[in-house]
Write a protein that binds this ligand. Structure first.
Ligand code: ATP
Length: 455
């Protein structure tokens, strides 16, 4: 199935989901836990549980497949979290990676100056209570660490504040070792660390999080064309994995937000209960990064065109998004409490795209006390397990078991009943429409694979 033709993608509108519902579902069903919870937790740091890690891996793999595996002119790397400290001087992070923070003298809330609405900024008033705000204080977001064991000889460095720096550091090695020629791109998925001054809203703003980046290297004359190309590709990519197509848009950066080298920049924003918020940035980085690293390292990072022999520092189109924000936005987008027509409890359903859902299929014997039903269901489960994430469940009545799977977004349930023992067919129930079809056991693997994998 392609990204765009699945039926989960054509639903009507539903209300914006409160973040607390997602936090509670994540804890209850094993998607996300507060880190170090038994010690009281650490704000802005989370762990991923059994279902969370499956969802996260699927999100990452799908990005990698779309960006690296299916583009001949893009390759991938995995750089280290710790680098030489000079990297962060060259990148400007040591000097400029700061947030300006104000406190409300009345309600004591903290605000990032760049997140204050214009009128509050002008009047120096708290958006929550109208109280007076303090003078801004400046904080550097980089997390410090040390390399070496002997006091006095240890080298101070940083946990990377953004993952993309590794791509500039490895650019020359990739160029020489992979036979790539400009235009080409390098992708990476990796952790980044920031001492955020206002961590919060669950996974939205964390202190340890994961980013995905494409840095696409071009001749300056082709910058606009490639910028437009990747801008559209990335928008389509996000549109392909959400249900609510009207909750995503571009926001162009104003002239006051643009870096001095950037002709333009766009955020892909998603609308949730948090309002319109950045999901991914599409940036015009010009020759800034490679020029700075050339200057600071003393190594010439310019490119010589093999045909024209023209020598230049490549310009860069960057697309930079967050794995964790994708995780959160997908849950916010997929969660629905659907009223039950017979007046019973509403059905909680996660309408995740089947290719991203953490569990693809659940195999359920109709009754637990019938040995033949159980053994047949277990053997189907074992067979499917080699191909996809399958769960076997025989606890509680079949309706409750369907509900349990709906709540974690499992797109298909396979039920083994008495007819199965006669004709080797099973019931396949689909999550969104709750429609059921009868299928031969032999046909199950191909039927499911076609619907739960990307191709
Ligand atoms: P913001 O303005 O929200 O602080 P940013 O513009 O600093 O974000 P970038 O440095 O461009 O963000 O990072 C690229 C992507 O990384 C963002 O679009 C977002 O998806 C993700 N990201 C950034 N900071 C965080 C964070 N603290 N927690 C989770 N994801 C983050």
């Amino acid at each position: 199935m392609t990204q765009t033709e699945d039926k989960t993608l054509s639903m009507g509108d539903t209300p914006l989901v409160p973040i607390e519902k997602i936090v509670s579902l994540c804890k209850r069903r094993g998607f996300v836990y507060p880190n170090s919870e038994i010690y009281g937790g650490v704000s802005g740091i989370y762990d991923f549980g059994p279902l969370g890690v499956e969802l996260r891996n699927n999100i990452r793999r799908y990005w990698w497949w779309s960006m690296v595996q299916t583009n001949d002119n893009v390759v991938g790397i995995e750089g280290n979290i710790i680098t030489h400290p000079r990297v962060w001087e060259a990148s400007g992070h040591v000097e400029n990676f700061v947030d300006r923070l104000v406190d409300c003298k009345n309600c004591k809330r903290r605000w990032r100056v760049d997140h204050l609405p214009a009128e509050n900024l002008e009047q120096n008033r708290c958006p929550a209570c109208g109280g007076e705000l303090t003078e801004p204080r400046v904080f550097n977001l980089m997390m410090e660490t040390y390399i070496g064991v002997v006091e006095g000889e240890r080298m101070k460095t940083y946990l990377r504040g953004e993952a993309c720096q590794n791509i500039y550091l490895d650019y020359d090695n990739v160029l020489k070792s992979s036979r790539m020629q400009i235009p080409f791109g390098i992708c990476q998925i990796g952790k980044a660390f920031r001492n955020e001054v206002t961590p919060g809203n669950f996974l939205f703003r964390q202190r340890e999080f994961e980013q995905w980046d494409l840095q696409f290297f071009v001749h300056p004359s082709q910058m606009q064309q490639w910028f437009d190309y990747w801008k559209e590709r990335r928008f389509e990519w996000y549109q392909g994995i959400i249900n609510h197509k009207d909750r995503i848009h571009f926001r162009a950066h104003g002239s006051d937000e643009l870096a001095h080298y950037a002709k333009q920049a766009f955020d892909i924003e998603y609308k949730s209960i948090l309002g319109w918020q950045e999901w991914e940035g599409i940036h015009w980085r010009q020759d800034w990064d490679l020029s700075r690293h050339s200057q600071f390292s003393g190594q010439d990072l310019s490119y010589t065109d093999p045909e024209t022999k023209e020598k230049y520092i490549p310009w860069i189109v960057e697309t930079s998004g967050g794995v964790d924000r994708t995780f959160l936005n997908l849950l916010l987008d997929a969660y629905e409490e659907e009223p039950d027509p017979s007046g019973k409890e509403p059905r909680t359903v996660l309408r995740l795209h089947p290719m991203l859902a953490p569990v693809k299929v659940a195999v359920l014997p109709l009754q637990k006390n019938k040995e033949e039903l159980v053994s047949t269901a277990k053997s189907i489960h074992k067979r499917l397990q080699r191909l996809m994430v399958s769960q076997y469940d025989d606890v509680a009545n079949i309706g409750r078991r369907y509900r349990r799977q709906d709540e974690i977004g499992t797109p298909y349930c396979v039920t083994v009943d008495f007819q199965t023992l006669e004709d080797s067919t099973v019931t396949v129930r689909e999550r969104d429409g709750m429609t059921q079809i009868r299928l031969a056991i032999e046909e199950l693997p191909a039927y499911l694979l076609e619907r739960v994998t990307w191709q």
